[in-house]
Design a protein around this ligand. Structure first.
Ligand SMILES: [Zn+2]
Length: 87
């Protein structure tokens, strides 16, 4: 399910070699304050959105324990580009 205005960017997690998606809701923050939308990572077989640790080139899901790797520089570029198209 994709909400209006949500940006999704697929990448391959090099740890699991599975395809994951960077999910950026409108106004999504990497480190949201209460009430703000959260940018995170969708991953196979789990309904939760994993926490993005952009400075560590990693993401982690507290629901299923998925520990993956993602380029923080790439994620930053995608998030910045998404921010320019969402009001
Ligand atoms: Zn999970």
């Amino acid at each position: 399910m994709t909400a209006a205005g949500e940006v999704r960017a697929a990448f391959t997690d090099p740890v699991s070699n599975r395809e994951c998606e960077l999910v950026i809701p409108p106004g999504g923050q990497v480190y949201p304050q209460p009430g703000e939308a959260k940018t995170g990572v969708a991953h196979p077989g789990c309904p939760a959105i994993a926490d993005l640790e952009i400075g560590l080139d990693a993401f982690w899901c507290p629901a299923c324990g998925w520990n993956g790797r993602v380029s923080g520089a790439w994620a930053h570029d995608v998030i910045r580009a998404a921010a320019q198209v969402t009001p």
